[in-house]
Design a protein around this ligand. Structure first.
Ligand code: HEC
Length: 468
């Protein structure tokens, strides 16, 4: 998309004959749509199809407005901080073209065939090896009384211990399925998740805030659970890890070359489906599948680091995340990465003394519906501070990984003084206090970063820790 608009401006610059001819739909705007919109707005895709040029022209006003407001294509990251893989946002030149077209009264020009765009894949081709069904055979009818329904389904990982190197979700019914997040659950804890699943009526369980059932968000339910399993909530939350996700417009997501996330034999998956029921009343989702690329080993094992504060998740009790009625409040948490070395070693299964460096590949902000804006920053041992992600206008529907074109390489020696932080700003327009917690009327503040571990090269020196 960037290339073509550069080309476009080069062409405009090269023709300095009097005032520029007005932009028109077929020559100037239609190519923007075929390259940036049709990948989602097609007959099998989301919302409505833009494949027919004439029909699409009928919606010209709305299209121009959403483009100029930077609401479409959906891309929450503020420009100017990082180069992201698969950046959907339109550059300023393209916006200028659309603006001058709208100002000229949307001239149509003369019809011509579309040039088909090549969407391409960010990190190379997607070759799935394992395919898993998510839903029961009869499918799932989203909750018809709510406009958003978050439902979690448990799926057994069928493979042996292996590394996931690529992921794709194929929603059975894209009229209702909006996005998918997959959490991996440690084998030893899978029975607890099954029990929670069985206790809730219908297929799966309601899970707005992540992998855990919403009903554990109430004080009484939490107390009852902790009575049965002392420290049970903590065990539940620390035994699931963000594995992968899908949102409209993402096809196969291939993890960076040479990296992958380890899944143990016997592990389970919690698949969180976000449904829109109001757009397609009465329609079920049937036949949703997950496809995985796997390898038996990878050069640089990876994981998603989840950053938050546990006491935020029980804020009615802890009082640490409180957003009074009618106010805006910000909350921040950061980690010196050196403090987490033991945890990184556990997740990657690389002994601490063999960790040579970390590669930080992505940032991913997570809040609920009172989220207003947020930033994720990296402070290096040199004191230099970099904005990894800034989302000036939060939208729960479009959360995703923002992967850097070049990973941030953090040498082991620098980790003690390398600080990764997330800051969330919430706005509470209601008459009630909003607390941090798991429920849909509560708030969360998370960063998820994909981090790969570089192992020190083995040497022949028997004293070298990498040989042990
Ligand atoms: C990543 C997928 C994706 C891409 C790319 C995308 N859209 Fe959308 N669009 C959606 C979805 C999904 C919706 C439905 C509403 C929502 O979820 O926000 C939507 C809604 C819309 C709407 C509002 C429809 C309504 O009835 O309210 C317009 C207009 C629109 N898109 C225009 C565009 C244009 C123009 C582009 C390209 C410049 C574009 N979209 C690119 C996914 C996408």
């Amino acid at each position: 998309m960037r290339r073509s608009s550069l080309l476009l401006s080069a062409v405009l610059l090269a023709v300095p004959v009097g005032p520029l001819a007005a932009q028109n739909y077929f020559d100037d705007v239609r190519p923007v749509l075929t390259q940036n919109c049709v990948r989602c707005h097609n007959a099998e895709g989301v919302a409505w199809s833009m494949e027919d040029a004439e029909e699409t022209y009928e919606r010209r006003r709305m299209i121009a407005r959403l483009i100029l407001d930077r609401r479409m294509p959906p891309w929450l990251a503020e420009p100017g901080h990082q180069d992201y893989v698969g950046d959907l946002s339109l550059d300023d030149e393209t916006l200028a073209v659309v603006r001058s077209w709208a100002e000229a009264g949307y001239p149509k020009g003369s019809s011509r065939p579309d040039v088909v765009a090549d969407a391409g894949s960010a990190h190379g081709p997607f070759h799935p090896e394992i395919s898993l069904d998510v839903l029961p055979e009869e499918g799932y009818l989203p909750n018809q009384r709510a406009s958003d329904d978050y439902r979690c389904f448990l799926v057994d990982w069928s493979g042996e211990t292996s590394y996931v190197t690529g992921f794709r979700a194929s929603p059975g019914n894209r009229n209702v399925a909006h996005h998918v997040v997959v959490y991996a659950v440690d084998p030893a804890m899978m029975e607890r998740y099954r029990e929670l699943d069985a206790e809730e009526e219908g297929a799966g369980y309601q899970c707005f805030g992540g992998a855990l059932p919403d009903r554990l968000g109430t004080r009484a339910a939490r107390a009852a659970y902790e009575q049965k399993y002392p420290n049970g909530l903590r065990e539940l939350s620390s035994s699931n890890h963000w594995l992968a996700h899908w949102a409209p417009g993402m096809d196969g997501h291939v993890f960076p070359e040479g990296t992958g996330i380890r899944l143990e034999e016997g592990a389970g998956l919690v698949v969180q489906m976000h449904y829109y029921s109001s757009t397609a009343p009465g329609e079920s989702d049937v036949g949703t599948t997950l496809d995985f690329m796997v390898e038996s080993s990878v050069e640089r094992p990876a994981f998603h680091l989840a950053q938050t504060r546990n006491d935020w998740l029980v804020s009615e009790r802890s009082g640490t995340m409180v957003i009074p009625a009618g106010t805006q409040r910000s909350f921040e948490i950061g980690d010196d990465l050196g403090d987490l070395l033991g945890y990184f070693s556990y997740l990657s299964q690389i002994p601490q003394d063999q960790i040579e460096a970390l590669e930080l590949h992505s940032a991913n902000l997570h809040m609920h519906s009172f989220g207003h804006s947020g930033e994720i920053t990296l402070r290096r041992d040199t004191g230099e501070v970099e904005t990894l992600l800034s989302i000036p206008r939060w939208d729960l529907a479009w959360q995703r990984d923002f992967s850097f074109a070049e990973p941030k390489v953090l040498p082991r020696e620098s980790l003690d003084d390398t600080h990764l932080a997330v800051r969330c700003t919430f706005e509470n327009p209601t008459d009630d206090t909003v607390y941090g917690g798991y429920g849909s009327a509560e708030e969360m503040c998370f960063n998820f970063s994909y981090i790969a571990v570089r192992r020190a090269p083995a040497t022949d020196d028997p004293a070298d820790p990498a040989r042990r």
